[in-house]
Design a protein around this ligand. Structure first.
Ligand code: ADP
Length: 647
């Protein structure tokens, strides 16, 4: 076994690999960019080497710098994680030429599967069913149109070098073929520098079912299937293992096809053979076709680990260090059912737009596996994939595991960025998903229902008000109400631009009475939770950085506009007005030379989906406006400088 390995990656996958290496007594070296100086994977590793700027091309894609880091630290092998250099055969060759071990397949195996057309031809030769279609070299538009007609509509145009759903177009009508072909080719040329396409039959009611394989370069085994049919824009959201409705017969057929695929290319390490399945008539052994092989560890590998009890990274290290396959096919079995949900910093309603932000509060469920690359206080930066964590649950049956998933999502708390958590909660409760009756179009069909997030209820406001005033018991039962202070206090909360004033009155014997604009509630602490109007509520409230976050049902965040608490902006004596949190500058109302009075609106920022007015801390003259509308700024960034009147 290796003494020391280097992980050529970041985020949750780097942390996950380091965890297993540590459990095996293997020392670890992390690499990091300028944006990741204090990242979790750097903190977890035994050593860390800086490899460049925040852009991936300046750091995590710099193969030579990574190899030099391994040599300088005495690492014997490199684990590539997924993404970045993990499927780059030139990198594999460079690693080997430097006398190091690449923890993964050979460069030749990666090349064989690198282009979808060549991979399909190879698989057809090995007797693996492939999606009917044309994957030849003739790229003449007339020839491709003819091929599409011969296959029969609907068809799918796919970039041979494709990935992430790019360069892919579904065509239902022959009259639209030419336009779709042009746009697919243009997208493929831009994304992959290769505009070649293939034509495939579009499988109706498609399910994405993939098989985990593992090889030692000679033999391969499969570790059963994962169902990844819950997708948005051809990207996976929730994965599970095994696939609902899978029969022993079809599992055996798919498993054998996947093993044939792996053995045909002398595969070493963990890989995934992806199939598209026609679910219109149930799962049948003649209803699956090879799509592509991913020659690396997949994001969703933990569901396979959960049902097999095998640590796939441990197997990767053992096989890469020269051991044979750790077990035979007969030794592998499925126990129970597992789900994984991908928690992202993203704005679902805006079309799953990636988001950024400092995670001012972060808590993962107690009874679930959470693979993450961030801690509370860390930043989701614009440079990399905005995944916050993967939440993985396992149960004896699918129904129990799904209940555990819903519960784990309810217990997950994130503040500081918009996330897809409400979306995941709705998805986990979707009746067709619960019935195991899904296809890759489920999310798109019910997008509107899944993307909506509930507005805060008066209960959310009441809890936020009590916590914002520091009355949530953290500092003792009567904190905030002293003998000489008034028995009534008020706090102004802002949500989506709307302002509500809450008046909280002390009742010496009982709960706080919280009067809102339209209604009133009696609020008290009850153990670790709360009691509202006499009923127990399993809510938690966290106050950070001028906001109150209520974690209950769909979590809600309120800006606290109480002048006694947080003024809602950062300013210093010299008259510098800064950004109170990372966000977007939406409007600037002043220009250099303007006279302003204390309290005047100077600018508006948008953060956490809320508009936030920045006001003049005192009278003065605008000496400098340092930002423009539309600019994304970091917390504390100076925005406007005020000079004294007579300056
Ligand atoms: P990429 O490499 O760009 O991710 P894939 O070939 O893996 O592309 O396909 C991505 C997704 O597109 C699949 O998971 C599936 O949802 C859908 N898809 C691909 N091929 C077909 C097909 N022939 N019929 C129906 N859906 C398909």
């Amino acid at each position: 076994m290796f003494h020391k390995i280097l992980i050529a990656n970041r985020g949750e996958i780097a942390c996950r690999v380091i965890g297993t290496a540590r459990a095996m007594g293997v020392r670890t070296v992390a690499v990091y960019s300028d944006a990741d100086v204090s990242a979790r994977h750097v903190a977890m590793a035994d050593e860390a080497v800086h490899i460049g700027g925040p852009r991936p091309v300046d750091s995590y894609l710099r193969g030579a710098a990574i190899i030099a880091a391994a040599q300088a630290t005495g690492a014997e092998a490199i684990h590539p994680g997924y993404g970045f250099l993990s499927e780059n055969p030139d990198f594999v060759e460079a690693v080997e030429a430097a006398g190091l071990v690449f923890i993964g397949p050979s460069a030749a195996a990666i090349r064989a599967m690198g282009l979808k057309d060549a991979a399909k031809a190879l698989m057809a030769q090995a007797g693996v069913p492939v999606v009917p279609g044309y994957h030849g070299a003739d790229q003449d538009p007339a020839h491709l149109a003819q091929a599409a007609a011969a296959i029969g509509y609907p068809i799918l145009i796919k970039a041979v070098a494709g990935g992430g759903g790019k360069g892919m177009r579904r065509v239902d009508d022959p009259a639209e073929f030419a336009t779709a072909l042009d746009s697919a080719k243009a997208e493929a040329a831009g994304a992959f520098g290769n505009d070649a396409v293939l034509i495939e039959k579009y499988v109706e009611t498609p399910r994405h079912i993939e098989v985990q394989v593992f090889g030692d370069g000679r033999r391969a085994v499969h570790l059963f299937e994962r169902d990844c049919s819950l997708q948005r824009r051809h990207q996976k959201v929730i994965e599970e293992a095994p696939a609902p409705g899978m029969t022993d017969e079809m599992r055996a057929a798919m498993g054998q096809a996947a093993v044939r695929a792996a053995e045909a290319i002398g595969y070493a390490g963990a890989g995934t053979v992806e199939f598209i399945v026609d679910a219109s008539r149930g799962l049948r052994p003649d209803g699956f076709w090879f799509m592509e092989m991913n020659t690396r560890l997949q994001v969703e590998h933990p569901v396979t680990e959960a049902i097999t009890g095998i640590d796939l990274v441990a197997w990767q290290l053992r096989v890469a260090s020269g051991e044979d396959l750790p077990c035979a096919q007969e030794d592998l079995a499925i126990t129970g059912h597992a789900f994984e949900a991908r928690l992202y910093a993203e704005d679902v309603a805006a079309g799953f737009l990636p988001a950024t932000g400092r995670l001012v509060h972060l808590r993962f469920p107690q009874y679930a596996r959470a693979d993450t690359g961030v801690r509370a206080g860390d930043e989701i930066s614009p440079w990399y994939d905005p995944m916050i964590a993967k939440i993985i649950v396992h149960g004896p049956t699918r129904a129990v595991a799904l209940r555990k998933l819903a519960d784990a999502l309810d217990q997950t708390q994130v503040a500081g960025s918009v996330t897809n958590l409400s979306f995941l909660r709705r998805l986990a409760a979707h009746p067709r998903f619960a019935a195991g009756d899904m296809d890759t179009g489920l999310i798109a069909r019910d997008q509107e229902m899944l993307a909506q997030a509930d507005a805060p209820s008066s209960h959310h406001y009441a809890l936020a008000a009590v916590a914002a005033l520091g009355l949530d018991g953290a500092a003792g039962p009567l904190a905030g109400f002293t003998l000489w202070a008034p028995l009534q206090r008020q706090v102004v909360l802002r949500y989506a631009g709307e302002v509500i004033t809450a008046v909280v009155t002390r009742d010496p014997a009982g709960p706080w009475q919280v009067a809102l604009d339209q209604t009133a509630h009696a609020v008290a602490r009850d153990g670790n939770g709360w009691c509202i109007d006499g009923a127990k509520v399993l809510a938690e409230v966290v106050v950070t950085g001028g906001a109150a976050h209520v974690f209950w049902a769909d979590a809600q965040s309120f800006e606290i506009v109480d002048p006694l608490a947080v003024a809602g902006q950062v300013s210093d004596g010299a008259g510098q007005v800064g950004a109170p949190m990372p966000g977007l500058v939406k409007a600037v109302f002043v220009a250099k030379g303007d006279h302003v009075t204390a309290g005047d609106r100077l600018a508006v920022m948008e953060a956490m989906k809320m508009e936030h007015a920045l006001r003049a801390p005192r009278d003065g003259i605008v000496a400098e406006v340092l930002v423009d509308v539309g600019v994304q700024v970091a917390a504390g960034a100076p925005l406007i400088i005020l000079a004294e009147h007579d300056a």
